[in-house]
Design a protein around this ligand. Structure first.
Ligand code: EPU
Length: 495
């Protein structure tokens, strides 16, 4: 196995049982936090009253491309990605991969990113990536097979929509033979992982079809000896995209309809050219923006296959859409009818990330609608701000639905009833997480008057050129950089 420059040699490797002194040194010397750029002061000002009209291009999926980049660390071969969105989470993932030795050429205009990691520079991920997003934890799976050296990964972040533990990831990786420990000092925490003798395939039964845990296990299994079988795996379209990429890379990998993914370990890899699957969350978001503003928007490049559950719900409440060969057109088709019952679920169920903007849509639909969130225990916090804008929403701790739910009887507000239609009025809103962010944008587009939205780094992490896309559809939207008091139209602002 390749050696990692600057790492300890096998004879004096970190002993996981007695890691504390080593950890202290790493925290002091290597895990120094760098000051973060303060982008939090920017404000999005939205004036309502416009029916969105026109055409936009679907961006590549955030939740696919970030994992594909990590997967490309498995080999030393060149990987070329097309349809790469220019968003914050790709920025973070690229700099994370560069830290480990990946060479990256990213033509943002052409949306093409070329990545190659001939040698790993290190397998220590600096603490400044802690809390940035969910990607660092996947580095354990990707790196375990690439190096026999110690791997250190800081705690993961992402949107605060529940506790979001990583116990399934750790259990699965340990079943493949990894040793993993979590250590904490002065509120800084990190996972220490090692597989000095390599990994061995195994049968992994996930307690829940977690997207991240499935991805981490697949990544580790690609370079493990023998065969890994993942039962109760997540089968989200972004995971299928990862499987397609890995097959091109050299993995022998199958997935069955019963949530079983089988991976035969390999060390023979190939160069890859891959087109990133379109972002089904972005597609649905603009579709809902078109319908709620009584407009008509064609989302070029949208994939019908990945939108089936969403489109069924949309049709049920009276939203219009036409499927074309090259995308999906969404349009207002008369007053929306509420009275629907929606339960979020793992794929092929209704995606939890569609839930927030859909709730805004339901505030404009006639009747009472019931929503039961079964994926995250704490994903309705954003509805408080919608109530302030005039929405009629009530939260419940009970399961308002029959789907199996891990939060039954657990004291979490994970169901709501939305009554509509209610006129919304503009206001000042602070974004708590990425998908709630788009819900607020949607609310502002239909609310009476002008709204100001803060917390834009959340939005920029996941929506490519959101101001530019909305402006091109006619929206009256301006980004103001509050720190300098200078207005700027971000449509033309390079990121
Ligand atoms: N869970 C555990 N233990 C684990 C892993 C997950 O209890 O070890 C629980 C979580 O707490 C959660 C549920 O299982 O209640 C589902 O979590 P999952 O692992 O499936 O989610 P994730 O991988 O952390 C990804 C997306 C999310 C998306 C979910 C569900 C990325 C970077 N994030 O998260 O996307 O909501 O899958 O589809 O891929 C977003 O894009 O805004 C976003 C939140």
């Amino acid at each position: 196995m390749p050696s990692v420059a600057g790492h300890k040699r096998p004879q004096d490797r970190i002993n996981l049982k007695d890691i504390k002194p080593e950890f202290n040194t790493i925290l002091k010397e290597q895990f120094q936090r760098e000051p973060e750029k303060d982008k939090t002061q920017e404000v999005l000002q939205i004036k309502s009253g416009v029916s969105l009209q026109g055409k936009i291009q679907a961006s590549g999926a955030k939740n696919a491309v970030t994992k594909l980049l990590v997967a490309s660390l498995l080999s030393d071969k060149k990987c070329v990605f097309h349809n790469v969105p220019n968003i914050g989470d790709v920025e973070i993932t690229v700099s994370l991969c560069q830290e480990l030795g990946m060479q990256v050429q990213w033509d943002r205009k052409a949306k093409i990113l070329e990545a190659r990691t001939k040698h790993l520079k290190t397998s220590y991920i600096p603490q400044r990536f802690s809390g940035a997003n969910r990607i660092p934890i996947l580095m354990i799976g990707a790196l375990l097979g690439r190096t026999d050296e110690d791997i250190i990964v800081p705690t993961v972040g992402g949107c605060r929509i529940g506790k979001r533990p990583v116990d399934f990831h750790i259990d699965a990786l340990e079943k493949l033979g990894a040793k993993i420990e979590y250590r904490e000092m002065k509120k800084e925490g990190a996972y220490f992982a090692q597989a000095h003798d390599g990994l061995n395939g195994n049968l992994i039964h996930l307690p829940y079809p977690s997207v991240g845990a499935t991805e981490n296990t697949i990544l580790a299994a690609v370079r493990a000896r023998g065969i890994t079988i993942i039962k109760n795996a997540a089968i989200e379209p972004e995971i299928v995209d990862l499987i397609l990429f890995l097959q091109k890379l050299g993995a022998i990998i199958t997935f069955d309809v019963d949530r079983t993914i089988t991976i035969q370990g390999t060390r023979k890899f190939y160069e890859v050219e891959h087109y990133v699957t379109p972002d089904r969350i972005e597609v649905a978001s603009y579709g809902m923006a078109a319908i709620s503003t009584k407009g008509r928007v064609f989302v070029e490049g949208a994939s019908h296959l990945n939108m089936i559950t969403f489109l069924n719900k949309l049709r049920e409440i009276g939203g219009g859409f036409d499927i074309r060969n090259d995308g999906i057109e969404f349009y207002y088709n008369g007053p929306l009818q509420g009275g629907t019952h929606l339960e979020t679920d793992v794929h092929p169920g209704f995606l939890t990330d569609w839930q927030q903007p859909f709730v805004v849509l339901l505030t404009q639909a006639a009747g009472s609608s019931v929503i039961h969130e079964t994926v995250y225990e704490n994903r309705f916090g954003y509805t408080e701000a919608l109530q302030e804008l005039g929405a009629d929403i009530e939260r419940f701790k009970q399961c308002l639905g029959n789907k199996p739910c891990r939060f039954a009887g657990k004291n979490f507000y994970h169901s709501i009833i939305v009554k509509g239609p209610t006129p919304l009025h503009g206001g000042n809103i602070e974004i708590p997480d990425l998908r709630a962010g788009f819900a607020y944008v949607l609310a502002a587009l239909i609310a009476e008057g002008t709204s100001e939205i803060r917390g834009l780094p959340f939005l920029d992490r996941g929506y490519e050129d959101i101001d530019g896309k909305l402006q091109s559809l006619g929206a009256n939207i301006t980004r103001k950089g509050q720190t300098k008091g200078k207005e700027k139209k971000t449509a033309s602002t390079p990121k």
